[in-house]
Design a protein around this ligand. Structure first.
Ligand code: R7I
Ligand code: MG
Ligand code: MG
Length: 349
């Protein structure tokens, strides 16, 4: 489809859910042989096995809150979104939430709370969380707002409801920007795609708060920009091993160690790869490759899925995968409503 077509919206939201659901199998595993990944994925095609349904985790649970809030309020409403996070957590606390964020979600359900951003600020001795929980639910912001400045601003504020460290919320901004650009067809020119992300993140990371956090945490001056440069270097190489990807970009629970990794997975899988089956399309390659990195597989596959889904569109997703994943059909319907909201608010359209 063309830029911002319905197929891209559906692809983005559905592939994010698939990444989360199929990635759950390997979350936290240190080494995941590709053979195991391919076996897991091919078991989804096998109806005779009666695999039943793969449940989604906190990644999708919180993304659904974001989607519902944006659709209901037809804009960003921090009170409404915070309420939905709290309600969802108390209804299903067993979805695998990060151990820190649980405190925030409990505080957010208090009726006495005045400032919905305060519980997040209290995390980790007042420094705030740098986990990837803001980034894992950032894709819907790119599907609700056509204007890039809105995508950046609201993805940041949406993440700050739980993640007040700039290394947390800027990961959400980067993820939302990647989906935003992919939706426009920007992955047709991969080198330009990464350059545009670097240009944007130079600005995003150029302020005092970001510089402070980076200094305290002993990271590079502009940590996400630095990682994006590493991606560009890896892209220029003809062969890259999984070990190198992990050591250069990471596969962990910090936004800094997972958002750039997810972006790399998408870029690396734009073309066929030796380690992946020939009959796989780009979206299948992206999901499989994300799982093979091990570590925070549900979240990396979820984020890579959103970016890749916005590029390839819904037609690239195997029906059998959709059938196996809890919430995938639901995401498909929400995507249609987000597509309408996006085009309602686009200037002149
Ligand atoms: O970021 P968050 O919502 O977790 C998301 C992850 C995804 O992989 C999900 O799939 C789920 O499995 O969890 O939750 P947080 O609790 O805010 O952060 C996650 C973890 O990162 C924390 O439990 C800490 O281990 C670590 N962490 C920190 N550690 C030290 N200092 C995050 N921020 C800090 C910090 O400032
Ligand atoms: Mg999860
Ligand atoms: Mg995870």
């Amino acid at each position: 489809g063309g830029p911002a077509s319905l197929s891209r919206f559906r692809g983005a939201l559905v592939a994010a859910v698939l990444g989360d659901c199929v990635g759950g199998e390997f979350e936290g595993a240190e080494e995941v042989p590709m053979e195991n990944v391919l076996q897991h994925l091919s078991s989804l095609d096998d109806e005779t096995k009666g695999n039943g349904i793969l449940e989604y985790s906190d990644d999708t649970a919180m993304a659904r809150c974001v989607v519902q809030s944006l659709l209901t309020r037809a804009s960003f409403d921090e009170q409404d979104m915070a309420r939905r996070f709290a309600k969802e957590y108390s209804a299903s606390p067993g979805r695998g939430y990060g151990s820190g964020v649980i405190q925030v979600l409990k505080k957010l359900s208090s009726p006495q709370l005045n400032d919905v951003y305060q519980p997040a600020r209290d995390q980790f001795n007042g420094r705030g969380s740098f986990g990837n929980g803001g980034a894992m639910r950032a894709a819907p912001f790119a599907l609700a707002f056509p204007d890039q400045a809105d995508v950046k601003r609201f993805a940041r504020l949406g993440a700050m409801l739980t993640h007040s460290c700039s290394l947390g919320y800027n990961g959400a901004v980067l993820q939302a920007l990647a989906v935003h650009l992919s939706l426009q067809g920007a992955l047709d020119l991969p080198q330009q795609f990464i350059s545009r992300l670097i240009t944007e993140m130079e600005e995003v990371e150029g302020n005092e708060a970001a510089r402070n956090d980076a200094r305290i945490l002993k990271e590079a001056e502009k940590p996400f920009c630095e990682r994006l440069h590493r991606i560009r270097d890896l892209m220029d190489r003809s062969k890259v091993s999984i070990e190198e990807v992990i050591s250069e970009l990471g596969n962990g629970i910090a936004a800094l160690h997972s958002v750039p990794t997810a972006i790399f997975c998408v870029l690396h899988c734009l073309q066929p790869r030796e380690c992946l089956p020939e009959n796989y399309g780009g979206l299948e390659r992206t999901i499989a490759y994300s799982l093979a990195l091990g570590g925070d597989t549900d979240t990396i596959a979820c984020m890579a899925g959103a970016i890749a889904g916005a590029h390839y569109g819904i037609e690239a997703i195997p029906q059998s995968w959709i059938k196996c994943c809890e919430g995938a059909e639901d995401a498909d319907m929400s995507a249609e409503r987000l597509h309408m909201l996006y085009h309602q608010s686009s200037p002149g359209g």
